[in-house]
Write a protein that binds this ligand. Sequence first.
Ligand SMILES: Nc1ncnc2c1ncn2[C@@H]1O[C@H](COP(=O)(O)OP(=O)(O)OP(=O)(O)O)[C@@H](O)[C@H]1O
Ligand SMILES: [Mg+2]
Length: 229
Amino acid sequence: MSEPILRLEGLRKAFNRGTPLENEVLHGIDLALSGGELTALIGPSGSGKSTLLNLIGLLDTPTAGELWLGGQPTRALDDAARTALRNRSLGFVFQFHHLIPAFNVLDNVLMPLMIRHGKPNAESLDRARALLAEVGLDGFAQKKAGELSGGQQQRVAIARALVTRPPLLLADEPTGNLDTRTADTVFELFERFNAQFGCAVLVVTHDPRLAARCTRQIELVDGRLQRDG
Ligand SMILES: Nc1ncnc2c1ncn2[C@@H]1O[C@H](COP(=O)(O)OP(=O)(O)OP(=O)(O)O)[C@@H](O)[C@H]1O
Ligand SMILES: [Mg+2]
């Protein structure tokens, strides 16, 4: 088997270390994801799903264990190297979307490409516009992101996360604000990126219907992986 896009070994995360409030949220997570997989991460509220995604997204650091992204161990990397690896390897749809509200929709989607290559060329613009159409936001390109509804902003964030065709897409409740039909459309987009670009997807969802559509389901309960299959 080829090198997994993601590998976790003994990953732990404690908050408020060394204080009376110290709280270990992840208790040693082992996991490998390969390029072709579309994986659902399920589990009760507070079980540590977002904490785990933030670690995988290199937005936070584990208290123990190691995390390999595309074969690269990440524990010893400095901030600049983490940022570069994140931009190269990952797309991230946050539970709360983090758009730049004063920028228009198109510029929000183009942002990861501009970070990589500077001023967007015609191909970047086409790609961003096509993604906006796919998430049902044709005609919203010039609107300010801050003036969109929650569900519309969530879809902009999904387009932004996919615009670089990342080897690994992390999506934290990406369809939480969406009606069933729009959620289906977003999921079809994930399936297409998975099939067409070999983009591995790790998606947190509370929706059993969407979880069942994934090729693999993993469950986090009280900071431990319970189920894998
Ligand atoms: N920055 C932080 N400082 C202290 N505790 C935190 C922090 N972030 C998360 N926690 C705690 O870690 C636990 C897991 O939180 P997390 O957000 O990962 O859960 P979740 O599975 O994503 O839940 P939900 O389904 O509600 O989004 C919770 O008890 C939470 O209070
Ligand atoms: Mg969460």
